[in-house]
Ligand binder design. Sequence first.
Ligand code: CO
Length: 298
Amino acid sequence: MLKFAKWGILTGALLCMTCTCAFAGAHGGGHSRPHDKGTAILLVTFGTSIPEAQIAFSAMEKRVKAAYPDVPIRWAYTSTIIRKKLDAQGSTLESLPIALSHMMEEGYSKVAVQSLHMMAGHEFHYVRVNARKFAEMVEGFDKVMVGRPLLSTDEDLERAADAIVKLIPAKRKPNEAVVLMGHGSHHPADSVFSAMMYKVQKRDPNVFVGTVEGHPDFEDVKSQILKKGLKKAWLMPLMSVAGDHSVNDLVGDEDDSWKSMLTKAGVECVPVLKGLAEIDAFGQIWVDHLKTAMRHLQ
Ligand code: CO
């Protein structure tokens, strides 16, 4: 039995080596890729159907171009709904698998996939798992590296908290609330928003973080504002773009927007709509994560 097990391990190791050789033969040194185009970058976002919110993505692309002037940049939108909406308006955006397939067809051998998501939730894991599969294919990419989302490490949270404090309009007084709306999720990574609130409140106790679909939720934020007796709130998105959730759920005129519900509770609201990807201090965190991915590609 032991002998057999040993033999099994040995065969396994040999098979593995054979495998590696075959893999290297197909991929290494660009044998099967006579026109290896080298490295490319794929920026991946949920997407937005709000045209004004697109400036956040343009700003992001500019930053990436500045960091890697010679590397081609492509985009992928993970949201099917948004891609369909944009398609109907005449602009076609690719999904992650379609974008990677095209890049493979064009002859790129290495791809750095940078997630422009806020946190490592469902969307990010979809990107990470599926992008990596493209390196497992026969004649697929030699290497695919996926850059982490905005709020990944403690350092990211510290940097983001500093950036948030700087983002608050100068006109806002210390006894006025600042409410940041994150998306939130049922994914365990949702706890990053509670961590964000903790970090930000160490710098400014009247800044609150809430989410649309996770925790802390709107009630958490509202009750804290009322408990502290704050009479005015500055409403800002904690999302890469000031898209649909900002325009409708945060500052919309419907009864169930955060603005309407706070106003009804006696808190005067001032909207400040800017997607985080528009702002350099946040954009640079994503770029730094891309730099890590690019380093690991080499
Ligand atoms: Co949503």
